[in-house]
Design a protein around this ligand. Sequence first.
Ligand SMILES: [Fe+2]
Length: 251
Amino acid sequence: MQLLRDILTHDEIQSLRDYWNRYNELSYVNCWTYPGHAYRDRSEYIDRRLVIVNDSDQGRIMKRIVDDIWPGQNLSFWANFQRQAVCHQLHVDEYGTDRVNPTWTIIIALDTVPEWKAVIFKEMFNGNSKLNDFVAKIDYRSPPKGDYSKLHDLDHMDKWVDGVNYNFCNWFEIDGVFCYEAGCGVLFDTNQAHTTNNWPKYPKFTHRDLIQIHIGGSTATSSTFHDVEKGGESIPDATAMREKMQQLNSD
Ligand SMILES: [Fe+2]
């Protein structure tokens, strides 16, 4: 993983917030909380995503960020403004499943909040089913690689048995930890296992916002939107979304 310092200005952060405030009714639920979820009582959904269309001021900011990192490559990407209602568990972004080209994820903080973290691990998987297979085969008799539960607030995955914590994250190897700092971001391979920390345990937070960019097509001729659908997300069709945005602007 790579930390990206100061990639958004204060004005750009405000512009992205304005985009959310104006269009958030066009956002979609990426994943719902489920029966037994630790925070089911707090929210029906885990996160909502609002696609940042390429031909908006905010989309041009996204393109500048991608082009600064990979100059001259004109890589395909798609970006969203994301509102998380509760924390995520360890996962890989399905955008990278069965890819034929490299794929990358960038997370950008809009706020400086030390209690908000993204934790990136070195282990890589071709989709979450492979990650789950790996977890199922962990030999818990081997020594854990860390106590991330305490160090980085990953206690939403704790599993205590007879006084021993079988939080499977402790058997993964940390690549890096991103603490939210406004305008800064983190870049990592889409297939790296990663997770949010358990930020909802701090009662003062009702949600957290971030920008997410997915870079690279999984096939040689891919359209970024089709890639996302392939990964299991049902994001709105870009043309339909632009029409709805125009409607909102004319209201
Ligand atoms: Fe992710």
